[in-house]
Ligand binder design. Structure first.
Ligand code: CP
Ligand code: NVA
Length: 301
C-alpha cells in the first residue's frame, strides 16, 4: 500500500487545488473546442465501477478518458465478482494493480473509503449516498464561467438534505460562499457535515425565504437512487418545495438556476425554470466532462 491521493469528498483537495482545477477544466474545454489533440494518457486505463445507474457520470468519464488517449472500462456488480460477494478490499487490490485510476459510484460511503484504503491507484467518488463531489466541480466551474468568483455569494439549496446538499455544504467551506438550505423538517442534511459548515450554512424552513437574494438557486430530486420506495411519502413532505418562477423572482435579479440532473419537471422544479433563461443545466452537464478531465489529470500527475 502506498500513500495515494484520492477524491472521495471535496475535502480531499485544498481550496487552492480546487480553484486551480476549475480553471484547468475551462482550459481543457477551450482546447477541445479549438480542436486541439491532447492525449497525455495513451495506454492508461480508468476503471469505472457503477453500483447505481448513470447517464452523465458514465458518459463524461468514458468520453473524457478517450479524449485523453486512454481507455475506460465499465464494470457493474451484475457481471463482476463484486456482485457475488468478493470482498471490496480484494477487489481494490486486484483492480488497482491493473488500471491507473478508478471511479466508483456506490451506496454506502464507507465502501468507497474501504476501497480507497486498499487501492494502489487514485479513487474518484462518482456519487455515494453521502456526497457527489464530481458534480460540485462541474457546478463551480459553471458558476465561474458565467459569473466569476463565487466567494461571498449566496447559494440557495432547495429540497432534500441529500448527497448533493452535503457536497454543497463542503463547497461552501472550500469556495467560501453562504448556503441557505431550504429543506422540510425530517429531511435535514447530516448534522455533522452541517456543523462543519459553521456560520456559512443555515437551514431556513421556508424555501421561498431561503431563495431571497440568492445568486444561485439549486435543487435536486426528492427521492434519490435507493429511495424509490419513499417517492410517495416524499412527494407529500416536499409540497411547496418546487422551484418555480416565484422563487427566481425573489432571488437576485441575475441569479442562475442549477440542477445536477436527472430532473423531474413539475416536482422539484417547474419546466419554466429549468428550461428558462436563468437555467445553466446543460452547461453544468457538459462541464462534468471537462472538470473530471482536470481531476484525472491532477490525480495522475
Ligand atoms: N448528475 C449525475 O450524476 O447524473 P448521472 O446520474 O446521470 O450520472
Ligand atoms: N441525489 C441524487 C443525485 C443524482 C445525480 C441521487 O443520489 O440519486
Amino acid at each position: 500500500m502506498t500513500q495515494q491521493r484520492h477524491f472521495l469528498t471535496l475535502n480531499d483537495l485544498s481550496s487552492e487545488e480546487l480553484r486551480q482545477l476549475i480553471l484547468r477544466a475551462t482550459e481543457l474545454k477551450q482546447m477541445r473546442k479549438a480542436g486541439e489533440d491532447y492525449r497525455p494518457f495513451v495506454g492508461k486505463t480508468l476503471a469505472m465501477i457503477f453500483e447505481k445507474s448513470s447517464t452523465r457520470t458514465r458518459v463524461s468519464f468514458e468520453s473524457g478518458m478517450a479524449q485523453f488517449g486512454g481507455h475506460a472500462l465499465f464494470l457493474s456488480p451484475r457481471d463482476t465478482q463484486l456482485g457475488r460477494g468478493e470482498p471490496i478490499e480484494d477487489t481494490a487490490r486486484v483492480i488497482s494493480r491493473m488500471v491507473d485510476i478508478i471511479m466508483i459510484r456506490t451506496f454506502e460511503h464507507e465502501k468507497i473509503e474501504r476501497f480507497a484504503e486498499y487501492s494502489d491507484a487514485p479513487v474518484i467518488n462518482g456519487l455515494t449516498d453521502l456526497v457527489h463531489p464530481c458534480q460540485l466541480l462541474a457546478d463551480m466551474q459553471t458558476w465561474h464561467e458565467h459569473r466569476g468568483d463565487i466567494k461571498g455569494k449566496t447559494v440557495a439549496w432547495i429540497g432534500d438534505g441529500n448527497n448533493m446538499c452535503h457536497s454543497y455544504i463542503n463547497a461552501a467551506i472550500q469556495f467560501d460562499f453562504q448556503l441557505n438550505i431550504g429543506c422540510p423538517e425530517g429531511y435535514d442534511p447530516d448534522p455533522e457535515i452541517l456543523a462543519r459548515g459553521g456560520d456559512r450554512c443555515k437551514i431556513i424552513r421556508d424555501p421561498m425565504e431561503a431563495s431571497e437574494g440568492a445568486h444561485l438557486v439549486t435543487t435536486d430530486v426528492w427521492a434519490s437512487m435507493g429511495q424509490e420506495d419513499e417517492q410517495k411519502a416524499r412527494e407529500a413532505a416536499f409540497v411547496g418545495f418546487c422551484v418555480t418562477q416565484e422563487f427566481m423572482q425573489v432571488a437576485d435579479k441575475d441569479a442562475l438556476f442549477m440542477h445536477c440532473l436527472p430532473a423531474h419537471r413539475g416536482e422539484e422544479v417547474s419546466a419554466e425554470v429549468i428550461d428558462g433563461s436563468q437555467s445553466v443545466v446543460w452547461d453544468q452537464a457538459e462541464n462534468r466532462m471537462h472538470a473530471q478531465k482536470a481531476l484525472i489529470e491532477f490525480l495522475m500527475q
